[in-house]
Design a protein around this ligand. Structure first.
Ligand code: DX5
Ligand code: ZN
Length: 241
């Protein structure tokens, strides 16, 4: 298991302070910018499009983690100008040819990720482990920021991690998206998550964004050294979910 990585959800950012926010992420070596693309059909909202992505690419070299919540992404991938180092995720629920779309993302030079909603079973992605660099477990129903965790997704992360490991896909990462509070991030990390979408629950909220990020990094480091369990009995109790 590698280091826990943050992927800030840019739809949650204050658009009037976008530039300074991205410069802060660069300074703190944030590995990805999470871009939620919503089409108003697969999800009940419309968010971020090709223009925003193009402008962000011109402004920063940070890799992108583009989360496509759009129907039939198959012939739309090129619109997002995939770059080496980027993740592009497509929902298993949105295409009849998931394997083909994932292979196409790879051909276009980006890292393929398959995403599933809380109600979608893991069996929907079991056959495409060889075709992905990561699997995105939605921990809320996609569409909006500020929702509450769907609790059973914690157990789903744990099952996915052991399925991947048992089948020799231990390098395939697990991303989690939705209500990633610091407390939930700790539970998700224990279940096997690697990449954490940071929205209104973690960094885009009151207080210093830099401090929120440092706190997250410190808690993750504590977990790696095994320190957190011994210091916080409540977390011990939560370990079994
Ligand atoms: C997908 C989005 C949301 C959101 C995450 O629908 O990716 O999950 O930005 O941020 P929270 O849940 O912390 O507001
Ligand atoms: Zn997302």
């Amino acid at each position: 298991m590698g280091t826990a990585q943050l992927s800030p959800s840019m739809m949650c950012a204050d658009i009037f302070r976008l530039g300074e926010t991205i410069r802060l992420f660069e300074k703190l070596h944030i590995p990805y910018l999470h871009l939620d693309v919503m089409d108003g059909s697969f999800v009940p909202n419309i968010m971020l499009g090709t223009a925003e992505i193009r402008q962000m690419r011109a402004f920063s070299h940070l890799p992108m983690d583009i989360h496509l919540m759009i129907e039939e992404p198959d012939d739309k991938l090129e619109w997002f100008t995939p770059q080496p180092g980027d993740f592009i995720s497509v929902h298993a629920e949105t295409t009849r040819h998931l394997q083909r779309v994932l292979a196409k993302i790879r051909t276009l030079g980006a890292k393929p990720m398959a995403a599933i909603n809380p109600a979608t079973p893991l069996s929907m992605v079991e056959e495409i482990f060889p075709d992905v660099d990561a699997i995105l477990i939605m921990t809320v129903n996609p569409g909006y920021a500020g929702q509450k965790l769907v609790n059973q997704t914690l157990e789903k992360i744990r099952r996915l991690r052991s399925l991947l490991d048992d089948r020799g896909f231990d390098t395939v990462q697990i991303e989690v998206d939705g209500n990633v509070t610091l407390e939930n991030a700790i539970r998700m990390r224990k279940a096997g998550a690697d990449i954490f979408v940071a929205g209104t629950s973690l960094i885009f909220r009151d207080g210093s964004m830099e401090e929120h990020i440092q706190k997250f990094n410190a808690e993750m480091a504590k977990l790696e050294s095994g320190g957190s369990d011994t210091k916080c009995p409540r977390l011990l109790a939560e370990q079994a979910f």
